[in-house]
Design a protein around this ligand. Structure first.
Ligand code: SF4
Length: 458
């Protein structure tokens, strides 16, 4: 399991005595990378030195809002030089606004915040943002460059749900500290529920905010693992899922150089998925692959279509999982031969097999295929988001045109006739009337209906 602590003040005196040990402990606990932010010129220079001394540490340079009034033009020039001349600098941060303590004037904070955002844009670096009690100014400054795709994280989030939604609409990531593990932190956990797991990053904010069971002690990056259980409960995912998703997110934001391999066989929760192809006979307007091939931290963009033997060799212990699912971001029945061989293998070892399909397999093979699946596939999930051939074609743009809709209904009927359980899935945005119509259409065929959320896969 790889973890990333995206915010740890390694340059503070609390780590002076045992910094090497702290970084080593982090590595032993699965912390692959640590990002150490700077809060002023001196601290930025120190975190760069630390990053240059430890492979797993990266630095960010910034001026915390508390020190804004003291920062002049020369400081900005110097900070820019530090950011552009050091390869281990991966972000501008920690920067932002803090009206709670007001250690610097509001005008001074806004000036430095704007300057550092400008620097991050000019250097194409992401940002590590701090906001306390300054919601209105914070969001309005972040919105000042509408054409610019802001990249970064709001660390130690502690605002309202409204602010959270605004920040998510700007494509920013959110992180909560060890506070999220505290008994009385229901409000923080409620806020986290508003954030898709794909937009969460892990952070300790060490040496502060040590999570339970170390609350009150010095925090350190190794403790980032204590956040996993909380997020796992919030999102109904495994701790491994949370680790993978947040590591992918941090790698994407901060370009940490962690290599991500295309997944042929990939676990999510207690299911094991198989990715046979990226090809599809549809081009659905809602397909997430047109935005990203990443599903719950797995890269599903294949560099080649795997053979049956390749898939089987990657399966591992099938019985550790509730089911094996042919899924991916493509149509598995385009590779019917491979699918059958792998499904036979899984069944021979007592596994449960599910197939996620667009239901156009009979058109692909130019013959009904439900008979081929009988005995080796336990259930199929068929995506159906329309009530007429015309609507289906409008939304899913099948290469088979309006023939597709009828063929899908035939496939559902054939599957139930062959003893294969059928679940039809449709998207919630279709509205109650359309969903009821789909239900009326498919229930007489022996299928059940599951409504799923748009853009949530895996
Ligand atoms: S059928 Fe599935 S994989 Fe194919 S385009 Fe539609 S959503 Fe994407």
């Amino acid at each position: 399991m790889k973890l990333i602590d995206t915010h740890c003040h390694l340059d503070l005196e609390q780590f002076r005595e045992d910094l090497g040990e702290v970084v080593e402990n982090a590595g032993k606990s699965g912390v692959e990378k640590i990002i150490a932010p700077g809060i002023d010129l001196e601290s930025s220079s120190r975190v760069i030195d630390i990053a240059n001394s430890f492979e797993r540490v990266h630095a960010a340079v910034g001026i915390h809002p508390h020190g804004a009034d003291k920062a002049g033009e020369e400081d900005l020039v110097y900070l820019r030089r530090m950011a552009s001349e050091n390869e281990k600098v991966v972000a501008v941060g920690e920067i932002g606004l803090d009206y709670y303590r007001k250690n610097s004037s509001v005008e001074g904070q806004k000036r430095i915040f704007r300057e550092l955002l400008k620097m991050s844009r000019e250097l194409s670096l992401p940002v590590i943002l701090h906001n306390r009690d300054a919601d209105e100014d914070f969001i309005s400054i972040l919105r000042e460059n509408p054409g610019y795709a802001l990249k970064g994280v709001v660390h130690c989030f502690s605002g309202t749900k409204e602010l959270l939604r605004e920040l998510l609409s700007l494509d920013l990531f959110i992180s909560f500290t060890g506070v999220i593990t505290f008994k009385g932190a229901d409000k923080v956990r409620e806020l986290a529920k508003e954030v898709p797991p794909e937009r969460i990053l892990l952070e300790t904010d060490a040496p502060y905010m040590a999570p339970a069971p170390h609350r009150g002690k010095r925090n350190e990056p190794a403790f980032v693992r204590y956040l996993l259980g909380v997020y796992s409960d919030i999102y109904g995912l495994s701790e491994e899922d949370i680790a993978r998703i947040t590591t992918h997110g941090a790698n994407a934001v901060f370009s940490l150089g962690i290599e991500e391999k295309a997944a042929i066989v990939y676990p999510i929760r207690d299911s094991l998925y198989i990715n046979l192809t990226n090809r599809c006979t549809n081009r659905c307007s809602f397909c997430t692959k047109f935005i990203s091939y990443n599903v719950k931290g797995h890269d599903l963009k294949l560099d080649h279509e795997p053979t049956a033997n390749e898939v089987i060799s990657e399966l591992g212990e099938i019985n550790d999982y509730k089911e094996v699912v042919f899924c991916g971001l493509g149509e598995p029945t385009l590779r019917l031969g491979v699918l059958k061989k792998v499904a036979e293998y899984v069944k021979s070892r007592g596994g449960y097999v599910r197939l996620n399909t667009n239901g156009e397999g009979a058109l692909i093979e130019k013959r009904p295929i439900a008979g081929d699946l009988a005995g080796i596939v336990d259930s199929v999930s068929v995506s159906l988001n329309a009530t007429t051939p015309k609507e289906y074609q409008h939304m899913c743009r099948s290469v088979y045109g309006r023939k597709a809709y009828g063929a899908i209904l035939d496939f559902i009927r054939d599957c139930t006739a062959n003893g294969i359980g059928v679940e039809v899935t449709c998207l919630d945005f279709l509205g109650e009337e359309t969903i009821s119509e789909i239900r009326r259409e498919i229930e007489p065929l022996g299928a059940s209906l599951r409504i799923r959320k748009l853009n949530i896969v895996g």
